[in-house]
Design a protein around this ligand. Structure first.
Ligand code: 4AD
Ligand code: MG
Length: 432
């Protein structure tokens, strides 16, 4: 008899199978018991009829606690009682691991309680759905990059340089030297692009940001493509094509998950339509000023109310182009049409999810870059290798970083980023 996962139940209709699962809930009357089960692939129901199993087995159902693990034997049946469309009619089962007094009950729990029990909370159907979407975004990323001839390059996690500014660095010792946890792989990806043309990274990044918002994690994962011989306009086109591709794959491959999360699929469909709208930073400032945001001045960075207001003017993600150079990192190329600004864009997600991509064309002029490094208070020796890239066959190049967890939050339609990572690192939380 075959051991199956219930996500493939359709293939085993009316056949006898073995399923290994945990009990999420149960209900029984005199003659029939229903077990709500989870086998890792899906949430489903098993039915036990008193007159079809051994009497002591039916009696045992009463003593099965929530989250006990079972090996079940039974027949796969079609069922319109569950989202899955199939259930298991049980002929036999054995308890593998007992569970009593499981702390997460079907009633409501507060966020702190759930976060303290994150190792168990992960078992819920909602968390399963979010992790399925996270997994799909990662899978589709590798597929998109392969289809478009990017190769994956892994930048180091322990670094001596600070691409995104020095205030948010996690400091550590590297034997006798100082080292930092990577904020972004970008500078290394630029070296890789000069070696291999089109590259991308996908890895953990760290920001010691004292922000406690629904969009910030201390540790998050980022996809960072970098492309040689590519100017900013072409990079924007890659960005929107990639994001639309992610949305399309999530719609196509995560139907059960989106249903569990009650995500409006028609809303998501809109995000697959290209191109995405664009507005310049300067126009965005005027727009904000005209609409009651009187305090903001040209040169200020946007806060999340500003981003949300701008995003709400559109039905799709929107690119905000050409920020002032003073609020962006040292490596961005000056905009030749307005040297107060740089050739960059942030992609702002709809529905209040904020910035999901930051990208730019990179400065390639040796002197300008060396000046910027000093102006930003960085150490020229630490960046000597990076400057070398401008010495030996420099070319126009552009790249961007897209935050995995912000993208998961947006496509899942969930309120807070803490649920998008299996074990999120948040301000004041490193347990579990
Ligand atoms: O805009 P950021 O800081 O850009 C960079 O790091 C560039 N070096 C990327 C590049 O050009 N290769 O970060 C990029 C993205 C943001 O748009 C956001 O999605 C995500 O990373 N991000 C965060 N996600 C969760 N928590 C945080 N604290 C984040 N900070 C940035
Ligand atoms: Mg940014």
């Amino acid at each position: 008899m075959e051991t199956i996962t219930m996500i493939h139940a359709a293939r085993f209709l009316d056949q006898e199978v073995v399923v290994n699962a945990w009990v999420t809930n149960k209900r029984s009357s005199g003659k029939i018991a229903f077990l709500q089960l989870r086998d890792g692939s899906a949430y489903f129901q098993a039915v036990i009829l008193k007159n079809q199993v051994a009497p002591e087995l039916f009696e045992q159902v009463k003593h099965i606690g929530q989250e006990s693990s079972l090996k079940l034997r039974g027949t796969v049946q079609a069922s319109d009682r569950s989202a899955l469309g199939y259930e298991l009619l049980v002929s036999d089962f054995e308890i593998i691991g007992h569970s009593e007094d499981y702390p997460i009950t079907p009633k409501e729990h507060g966020t702190d309680f759930l976060m303290d029990h994150r190792h168990l909370w992960l078992r819920s159907s909602r968390q399963h759905a979010i992790m399925q979407i996270r997994n799909e975004i990662i899978r589709a990323t590798y597929q998109f990059m392969a289809e478009n001839e990017f190769i994956k390059v892994d930048p180091p996690i322990l670094t001596g340089s600070a691409p995104e500014g020095t205030t948010e660095l996690f400091h550590t010792k590297y034997f006798e030297e100082d080292a930092y946890l990577s904020q972004s792989g970008q500078l290394y990806m630029e070296a890789a692009a000069m070696a291999f043309g089109k590259v991308f990274s996908f890895g953990p990044t760290f920001r010691a940001e004292k922000s406690k918002t629904r969009r910030h994690l201390i540790e998050f994962w980022m996809m960072e493509p970098e492309m040689a011989f590519v100017e900013h306009e072409e990079s924007l086109q890659v960005q929107e094509k990639y994001v639309a591709y992610l949305v399309r794959n999530v719609i196509e491959h995560c139907q059960l998950a989106l249903k569990t999360l009650e995500r409006d699929i028609e809303q998501l469909e809109k995000y697959t339509q290209l191109p995405y709208p664009r507005i310049s930073y300067t126009d965005a400032i005027s727009l904000l000023k005209k609409n009651g945001f009187e305090d903001i001045e040209w040169g200020d960075d946007f806060g999340s109310p500003h981003e949300t207001f701008i995003a709400n003017q559109y039905e799709k993600p929107v690119f905000i182009l050409n920020y002032p150079k003073g609020i962006k990192p040292f490596y961005m190329k000056i905009n030749p049409e307005d040297p107060r600004t740089v050739l960059c864009a942030d992609l702002i997600a709809p529905e209040g999810y904020g910035e999901i991509i930051g990208g730019s064309e990179r400065e390639v002029d040796y002197e300008t870059l060396a000046e910027n490094i000093e102006k930003f208070g960085l150490d020229l020796d630490t960046y000597a290798w990076y400057l070398d890239l401008r010495k030996y066959g420099t070319v126009p190049h552009s790249g961007f970083g897209i935050g995995l967890e912000r993208t998961v939050a947006w496509l899942s339609g969930i309120e807070h980023i803490r649920e998008t990572a299996p074990f999120p690192r948040l301000l004041n939380r490193i347990y579990p």
